[in-house]
Design a binder for this molecule. Structure first.
Ligand SMILES: [Zn+2]
Length: 385
């Protein structure tokens, strides 16, 4: 027997009484739970890309709701007797939030459809994100236009209606639909903006969406994936971003508008400082190289924070002066070492292979020179060399 879907008739009802048809003890996500079927329910099940309602049935928490063949299953933290009457209360804040997001999605997609001929090919509404996928690539200007127009429609407070039209009417009207629908088609109409087949609860007028903000968008499967936030979620996100911004400009001690310039300046300073540090390090390495007497054949130098070019230049000088294996390792025992090795007489490629086999080093090279990195201690490296 199909469950009577009370949310279908009234998206604003928050409480109901239902009779328990079945109750099975199961395991859900590794925990004991109860799978409960009622004769009727206000709980919207996960479907059409939207996550389910949550709430309570008597003292049990409803943690998930699923639908199969018209039967709605409530996953609860405790069970009931068959035939028992239970009082259901949906988490209204959670539901209304979902209604704001979902109606917002219809507004956005309706405008994209009417203005640019876009078809909706995907929709996802979870507790964290709302994404909609369109089959065409939208430009920055087009996304901005749709966002602005959507907020104008929100401000106009246009009526949103959900209904089941009769078959004759359905054949005569043009509505958006992601798939061929079996059984009665439920339409959600935003007057003059959108007409779409949809089974979910919606707000009764666009003003209740409050605000629609595109958070990000990008190319996706030949079309566009758009992340939106509506209503309270948009406000929370705005707050979160303002907070990040405030922390940043307070820390950098500059007006908000000068933040990008300030960061660019700091990055540039950092680059110049790094350049200067590398110069000093190269000088220190050179002093060390000059202090080694030429009679020594094999030379291995360990130093911190050398860049790749400085290491290569150092090894080239060493190879000119010493006949054996010349190696420079940069790093420390905790983070591991980058290395460059060179030699006139020894096979550096083979030595790199040895470091790989014995110490798990990465990298390689030619007979004359090899480079790479290794997660090992100085003592281990010296042992292998
Ligand atoms: Zn929908």
């Amino acid at each position: 027997m199909k469950t009577e879907a009370l949310f279908d008739r009234d998206a604003y009802a928050k409480e109901f009484v239902g009779k328990v048809i079945s109750c099975d003890e199961i395991t859900k996500d590794g925990k004991p739970a109860y799978k409960v079927v009622l004769n009727q329910t206000l709980f919207f099940p996960e479907q059409g890309g939207q996550s389910s309602d949550i709430g309570t049935l008597d003292n049990a928490r409803v943690i998930d709701v699923q639908i199969a063949d018209g039967v709605i299953y409530h996953f609860c933290t405790s069970g009931f007797l068959i035939g028992e009457e239970v009082k259901g209360i949906i988490d209204w804040q959670h539901r209304f939030n979902n209604m704001q997001q979902h109606t917002g999605e219809h507004i956005f997609t309706g405008i994209a459809h009417n203005t640019y001929g876009a078809e909706n090919v995907g929709f996802h509404l979870s507790d964290n994100t709302v994404t909609l996928d369109l089959n065409i690539e939208l430009t920055d200007e087009q996304v901005a236009y749709i966002e602005t127009t959507a907020n104008e429609i929100i401000a106009k407070d246009v009526a949103v209606k959900a209904y089941y039209p009769n078959q004759d009417l359905l054949g005569a009207i043009n509505y958006r639909s992601k798939k061929e629908i079996e059984g009665a088609v439920r339409l959600v109409e935003i007057e003059g903006v959108d007409l779409c087949a949809c089974c979910a609860p919606h707000v009764k007028s666009t003003g209740q969406v409050g605000l629609l903000k595109v958070v990000s968008y990008g190319k996706y499967k030949g079309g566009t994936r758009v992340y939106i936030l509506c209503g309270m979620r948009a406000l929370q996100d705005y707050r979160r971003r303002m907070d990040i911004l405030a922390k940043s400009y307070q820390q950098l001690n500059c007006p908000e508008d000068e933040l990008p310039e300030k960061i660019a300046g700091l990055l540039d300073d950092n680059k110049q400082l790094n350049y200067r540090i590398n110069e000093i390090k190269a000088g220190l390495l050179r002093d060390k190289i000059d202090s080694i007497i030429p009679d020594i054949k094999d030379v291995t130098i360990f130093m911190e924070n050398l860049d790749a070019k400085t290491m290569r230049d150092g090894v080239n000088i060493l190879v000119e002066r010493h006949d054996g294996l010349c190696a420079i390792f940069s790093g420390d025992d905790e983070e591991g070492y980058n290395f460059v090795i060179g030699s006139k007489t020894r096979d550096c490629g083979a030595i790199a292979t040895g470091l790989r086999e014995l110490l798990g080093a990465k990298g390689g090279g030619s007979k004359q020179m090899a480079q790479g990195n290794v997660m090992a201690t100085r003592t281990q490296i010296e042992g292998v060399l």
